[in-house]
Design a protein around this ligand. Structure first.
Ligand SMILES: O=C(O)CCC(=O)C(=O)O
Ligand SMILES: [Fe+2]
Length: 353
């Protein structure tokens, strides 16, 4: 995947040993064991006092409810950085095709999946997601691909097995691109910026996908499905393949489990959108925990954004709180942060009165 030659990415391949560990989780090898982290921060399982926001695309689009729903979208992006989007309008058969093909891919024999194995320094391919500062491995197998079709990326790097995979991903990726443009239009209206400014930041930019499979684990209190992280790009749109919970969002130092609403997509603000909106929208930390009985799979589309090759706040949102940085430098810094367990976007923040 084209992210520049000097970008350091630490992903690990899924070995036979990793597969055996996933298949029989009686013993948790040291590289996966992080019981202290799982319990870190209160998980509010039965606390009814919170609700992760819901946004309804049909209400955004209908003239009589658009204003109120846009305000809801805005407060979800400001307060949580996360919401579930109902009535998103992505064709049901396209969604189903994506789910079926993702599942079929993960059910293939390891040897077949490893035809697309990550290799040193590469972001794309099949393997463990990222290994952060702890060097522990996540309890997941993940396939990461560039989905934007241009001269640099090609479907040739997409799985040829199952045979319908490329067609399904191509259709889904196009639908999510148009959905993103629609959503970004309402965000611009909430923020009071020129629609063209925010749309221009997303239009024609890279899109990539991460598909994750979290096998069940007999010791869900000892492993983590995905290490706590912020998404580094513009916007992420997550599809639950099987409606299994597991995703948790951090707010006020606590982890809040997200209860997947069947048929909805989970949308979250990435670090670049936080910068574009001059900190008005927040990119929230999130992680995935696993279940003792149920496996879980997700398909996450990442939409990239920049302003003419630069990551910086859009005009009209007050005095800039972040320094402008060239996009390539941003990507490098972001991966360095992921590897070191720091958050690069924090280093762009400026002291303003
Ligand atoms: O699978 C999930 O629920 C979350 C995945 C995620 O956070 C990511 O790919 O960045
Ligand atoms: Fe994420």
């Amino acid at each position: 995947m084209e992210i520049g030659d000097d970008v350091v990415v630490t992903r690990a391949g899924i070995t036979d040993a990793a597969e055996a560990t996933f298949a029989d989780s009686t013993e948790i090898p040291d590289r996966y064991a992080r019981p202290d982290e799982v319990g870190d921060g209160v998980v509010v399982g039965d606390d009814e006092s919170y609700e992760l926001p819901l946004v309804d695309m049909a209400r955004l689009l209908a003239s009589e409810s658009s204003e109120a729903e846009t305000a809801k979208l805005g407060s979800a992006c400001r307060d949580w950085g996360f919401f579930q989007l109902t009535n998103h309008g992505v064709d049901e058969s396209v969604v189903q095709g994506m789910k079926d093909n993702a599942m079929q891919f993960f059910r293939l024999a390891l040897e077949k999946k490893n035809a697309l194995a990550v290799h040193a320094g590469s972001l794309g391919g099949f393997g463990h997601h990222f290994t952060g500062a702890s060097r522990k491995l996540d309890w997941a197998e993940s396939l990461i691909l560039a989905t934007q079709q241009n001269e640099k990326t090609s479907m040739d790097f997409w799985p040829a097995d199952p045979p319908t995979f490329r067609d399904a991903l191509g259709k889904y990726s196009r639908e999510v691109s148009s959905l993103t443009r629609r959503l970004v239009g309402f965000m611009a209206s909430d923020l009071g910026v020129e629609p063209e400014e925010l749309d221009g930041a997303f239009r024609g930019k890279t899109q990539s996908v991460a598909m994750h499979h979290y096998p069940p684990c007999r010791h869900p209190d000892k492993v983590i499905g995905i290490t706590p992280h912020h998404d580094g790009l513009g916007l992420a749109l997550l599809l639950h393949v099987d409606d299994s919970p597991g995703l948790q969002v951090r707010r006020g130092g606590r982890w809040f489990p997200l209860d997947p609403l069947p048929g909805a997509l989970v949308v979250n603000v990435g670090d670049i959108l936080q910068v574009l909106t001059n900190g008005k929208y927040r990119s929230a930390e999130h992680r995935v925990l696993v279940d003792a009985e149920r496996g879980r799979a997700t398909v996450v589309m990442f939409q990239d954004a920049s302003v003419a090759g630069t990551v910086k706040p859009l005009p009209g949102l007050g005095e800039a709180r972040y320094r402008a940085i060239e996009y390539g430098e941003y990507v490098k810094g972001n991966f360095r942060g992921l590897a070191e367990g720091t958050r690069f976007v924090d280093s762009l923040e400026m002291d303003i009165a």
